[in-house]
Ligand binder design. Sequence first.
Ligand code: NIG
Ligand code: FE
Length: 410
Amino acid sequence: MNASPSATLLYNCSAATLDLSVDASYGLIPNAALLVQGERLAWVGPQSELPEALAQQASLRHDARGALVTPGLIDCHTHLVHAGDRAAEFEMRLQGASYTEIAKAGGGIVSTVRATRAASAQELTRQSLKRLDALLAEGVTTVEIKSGYGLALDAERKCLKVARFLGGSRPVDIQNTFLGAHALPPEFAGRADDYITEVLRMLESLHADGLVDAVDAFCETIGFSTAQTRRVFEAARALNLPVKLHAEQLSDSGGAALAAEFGALSCDHLEWLSESGAQAMRRAGTVAVLLPGAYYFLRETKLPPVDSLRQNGVPIALSTDCNPGSSPCTSLLLMLNMACTLFRLTPAEALAGVTRHAASALGLHDRGVLAAGKRADFVLWDVAHPAELCYRIGANPRIATVFKGNRLDV
Ligand code: NIG
Ligand code: FE
């Protein structure tokens, strides 16, 4: 409870701490104060309970004028680094072609692979920064970015380096995930097992370059089988890298159970998740990342089994899935609204999904809640109640973001 003289006090706010020791909902403290020391929170609680000695150590005092404070938002599943768009496929889908049909006809992910391979690192950076800036404008302070539109060593390296560069260019933490097993590149047509061998080679090399924080795969009829996914996970395990999985998006392929076997941080999409898959996730402590943007944009009708996740006590996170094919979305606030309207999450569940549980989905335990000792990543909002963050459509009530204790006007 010692604060150095350089501590900053934020007072006259309400705080949705998402801290379970406050309450199991928003962790709401109506008349709150936060003390920031360096990159960390030194104290969070009711303003009236702030110890006088700590209050006096704050050399800077900031009146939040009644703003709501939440943890910095965390977008835990994106494919943000890519080139081009798939607006033409959007038109085709509206005329009746399905996502799967387009993928099988050589479009889909592979068409973005062509554009991404052709783009220079500079051009990729330019296009990707626009998307990142849109996320930051809504209070995002941590973003996961997957590779998976290179599908060859040099192109995957280019994308992961761009992702690292983005992290150095903006006040945000970027977590890199290697998704070499995203789709079969044309040069490996009919040779999926050989491509997985190449994925393992890429993983080793990219890991040696320090470019990989986690490993993901697309386990699906139009992606890779559980046997192929297992090979990728075994290689990740050998390198001590955590795994995640695009699982049960279009069919029940048994990916969630496989991922749970490897102690996956998260399984993502999950519309077709079975009861036994949910139980396996519960046992492994795997987070369910739901992606309402992809569900909406692909005009899916099968809802993820939210009740089963709740009953099994599987933590639910939410993300934009920002990508050109299934979710060309750069608004995490819109995902809050869609998760409530489409998936019937409560606003408190939705907010936990982009803070506390999103942090767990990335294996980051130093953020996602407002509590002493956690990182001073937080957002001031011009709203009276946290449910308003989920309720509005297309509004952005962000006043300011604080990233690692620094006040920003991003
Ligand atoms: O999360 N499902 C696989 N990957 C992405 C979509 C990628 C694409 O269509 O470009 C997803 O939905
Ligand atoms: Fe995805």
